[in-house]
Design a protein around this ligand. Structure first.
Ligand SMILES: *Cc1c(COP(=O)(O)O)cnc(C)c1O
Length: 384
């Protein structure tokens, strides 16, 4: 124990990133990486060349990056309006704040609302782990409620009662994902109605990281609900996970606060250039989405035919499943760990989380291999 470090960080476990950096063999040549919900496709060669040109000719590495992000904010606002089929002036750059990944924005929202004993956050488990992880690093209390075992809708009774019962400190911010990770379900009408019913002294964060796959957005609600924030990312459909760019859409007053809280040069020039290029070429980049959705439906259908698996409908680019055959949760966890390990030994990385497996939809070749491997591993586990 380091005597000068906060005690609460001693038991804290950090987010577990991609494996592989400790190996001699590059992860890319070893595995089908279906564990972090990225796009299977790198940027097209022509865009990489343009980006390389920008780096060579326009970016001065000795200069600080553009700390205001105005050009990218405007391009994002145009995209937000266009993709929600609303008037092109509905959202402007004043409604946008850009982060070093959505992860930075989550942290900024926590700092702005709850830090220093000012509030607790509410999450419904299983969900994206970074809300609770980042809250814990800031010493912010996390209140967790459950979800339906049937369709993973939030236990709204428990959520409402958490809001009404005394918490120390009181809940100030609620994080939901639309569609949720790892369970891939979109918010139901009842969940949306509940979010709309929440009073304006609560900050409501709706993470739409998978919007381009679900085509479902609540962004227009911001006009009636100034306490809502919609978060998006360039890490998934826009194929830029390596660049670390996320953004949020909110009322200008809230954006001003987020802009105060973030680091002045939070985005490297190269990342800003990449995000701008991606959004300008969105048609080309988002062109692969119909194929991904088709692959997803196909994977879903075939996996659901496995008697050992329960597979849920996905509104995103990943599939969530749980084993059917076993009853007590300890056995399920053991079975899932074994499944994950065996798949890894056969060359496919998947994520074991929230009492199930989350499998990213990859390229058609990766998906074919993954199906074969899952079938083989299930047969082997059955005969053990
Ligand atoms: C992948 C993902 C993100 C993206 O995070 P970045 O920091 O932008 O890479 C955000 N939210 C959820 C729920 C995700 O699954």
């Amino acid at each position: 124990m380091l005597p000068y470090i906060r005690q609460d960080l001693a038991q804290f476990s950090a987010y577990k990133p991609h494996p592989g950096s400790d190996s001699d063999v590059p992860v890319a040549t070893q595995f089908d990486r279906l564990d972090t919900n990225e796009s299977p496709y790198d940027l097209p060669h022509e865009l990489k060349q343009k980006l390389a040109w920008t780096y060579q000719e326009l970016i001065e590495t000795n200069r600080y990056p553009d700390g205001g992000h105005e050009e990218l904010k405007q391009a994002i606002a145009d995209y937000v309006n266009e993709s929600a089929h609303i008037t092109s002036s509905t959202f402007t750059s004043e409604n946008i704040s850009i982060g070093n990944g959505s992860d930075e924005l989550i942290r900024s929202l926590l700092i702005a609302s709850c830090l220093g004993g000012n509030g607790s956050i509410l999450v419904a488990s299983p969900t994206f782990s970074m809300y609770a992880i980042l809250a814990q690093t800031l010493g912010i209390n996390v209140v967790t409620v459950g979800r339906s075992e049937e369709n993973f809708a939030i236990d709204l009774k428990a959520a409402q009662s958490a809001l009404e019962s005394p918490q120390n400190p009181a809940i100030r911010a609620i994080f939901v994902v639309h569609p949720n990770s790892p369970t891939a379900n979109a918010l139901t009408d009842a969940e949306i109605a509940w979010l709309k019913s929440l009073p304006e002294h609560l900050l409501v964060i709706i993470d739409e990281a998978y919007f381009e796959f679900s085509q479902n957005t609540l962004v227009t609600e911001i006009q009636q609900h100034p306490n809502w924030v919609i978060m998006r990312t360039f890490s998934k459909a826009f194929r830029l996970a390596a660049m670390r760019v996320g953004y949020c859409i909110a009322h200008p007053e809230l954006i001003t606060v987020l802009e105060k809280v973030r680091l002045p040069y939070n985005l490297p020039s190269f990342s800003l250039a990449a995000a701008l290029l991606a959004i300008q070429n969105r048609q080309l980049l988002l062109d692969t989405i119909p194929q991904t959705l088709e692959e997803r439906n196909n994977l879903q259908t075939i996996l659901a035919q496995q008697p050992q698996l329960k597979v849920w409908h996905s509104a995103a680019n990943f599939i969530y499943l749980r084993p059917r055959i076993i009853n007590t949760s300890i056995e399920i966890e053991g079975y899932l760990s074994k499944l994950t390990e065996e798949l890894k030994a056969n060359g496919t990385l998947v994520r074991h989380t929230g009492g199930g497996l989350r499998i990213t939809v990859g390229s058609p070749e990766e998906n074919t291999r993954t199906l074969k491997r899952i079938q083989a591993v299930l047969a082997q586990l059955n005969s053990d």
